[in-house]
Design a protein around this ligand. Structure first.
Ligand code: ADP
Ligand code: MG
Length: 309
């Protein structure tokens, strides 16, 4: 689903990522952990094509996105649903409108929006709050709206950046349960977090970054081993780092995976649908704007606007 192979990204003298190799498979649930400045945001921005790698190769949902033209960027971002620590809801829109907006901006048909939005609101457990405004909701409910919005266009992967950072521990665990359910239904989840107790409780795969390097990649807890300290074969028996020649079959498999995905598209649940649509759409309109202008749409479709910062 997401392949980073020997990816390096520097910002002048500053190191973003060095020689990072990570393979995230379809259906995985992965925590991305590491201290501030480690390279977590760099990793996400590379997936969203906000920045270009200096070296290495990046594949998203079977497509090599290492270097792509500007026109291809919107389609790539539509494969990704983003969930943020600070929710980023439009305050002057209702819950329903916040979620519908992500579809409107992509010119989805009204009927499709009317069917899809209630479905997603139900899925995240806030159907009864559809007519409320964000400031009438608890923080946990607001994050549910954020998750609904991220899912509304059926992304291939959900990327959550500290989604529980503004939540109390109990609400945070409720949100984690929701993310786990979404993952079980087939959506790949990549979650950046500092919440050690959450990582430990969830017992999922943990990819740790430090100073731009992947220093750990294994199931389990937040606790840290330095990869250099351990024989790779011992610490990562089934997940040794791939070499370039290893990648060829991987690429073929990914291509097949995409073909298969297209073939059974109609039968699959909404979450596995590969069809297009936007992920996170925010800040393209004044919060008070309730209808879309052509400018807003073209800004989005141009890929000219940063959707993640
Ligand atoms: N636009 C930028 N220009 C220069 N340095 C940057 C830029 N973005 C990130 N960095 C540097 O790259 C490193 C990794 O940053 P980042 O990916 O934001 O880490 P994290 O999200 O883990 O805190 C840091 O040293 C940071 O200062
Ligand atoms: Mg960051």
């Amino acid at each position: 689903m997401i392949v980073f192979n020997n990816v390096t990204k520097k910002y002048g003298e500053n190191v973003g990522l060095i020689d990072a190799t990570v393979h995230i498979n379809r259906g995985d649930f992965v925590f991305l952990v590491g201290p501030s400045g480690a390279g977590k945001t760099t990793f996400i921005r590379l997936i969203l094509k906000e920045i270009e790698p200096d070296k290495g190769r990046i594949i998203l949902a079977g497509k090599d996105i290492t270097h792509v033209g500007r026109r291809e960027i919107p389609a790539i971002r539509q494969k990704v649903g983003m969930v943020f620590q600070d929710f980023r809801l439009l305050e002057k829109k209702t819950v329903y409108e916040n979620v519908a907006f992500g579809m409107e901006v992509l010119h989805k048909r009204k009927r499709e929006i009317r069917e899809r939005v209630p479905y997603v609101l139900d899925l995240v457990g806030i159907k009864d709050k559809a007519k409320r405004y964000p400031d009438e909701l608890s923080a946990g409910e607001q994050q549910r709206v954020g998750i609904a919005r991220a899912l509304v266009n059926k992304p291939r992967v959900l990327i959550c950046d500290e989604p529980t950072g503004n939540l109390d521990p109990i609400t945070a665990m409720e949100i984690m349960e929701l993310l786990e359910q979404i993952n079980v239904r087939g959506t790949t989840v990549l979650m950046v977090t500092h919440a050690r107790d959450i990582v430990n409780k969830m017992n999922k795969r943990v990819v740790a970054i430090d100073h731009g390097r992947i220093v750990r990649d294994e199931e389990g807890s937040y606790g840290f081993h330095k990869k250099e300290d351990v024989e790779p074969g011992i610490l990562f028996p089934e997940r040794r780092l791939a070499t370039v020649s290893d990648l060829a079959p991987e690429l073929a498999a990914l291509a097949n995976e995409q073909k298969a995905a297209e073939a059974d598209e109609r039968m699959r649940t909404i979450y596995l649908d590969p069809d297009t649509a936007g992920s996170m759409v925010q800040d393209y309109a004044e919060p008070s704007t309730h209808s879309l202008t052509d400018d807003m749409v073209s800004t989005y479709l141009d890929g000219g606007e940063d959707i993640y910062e």
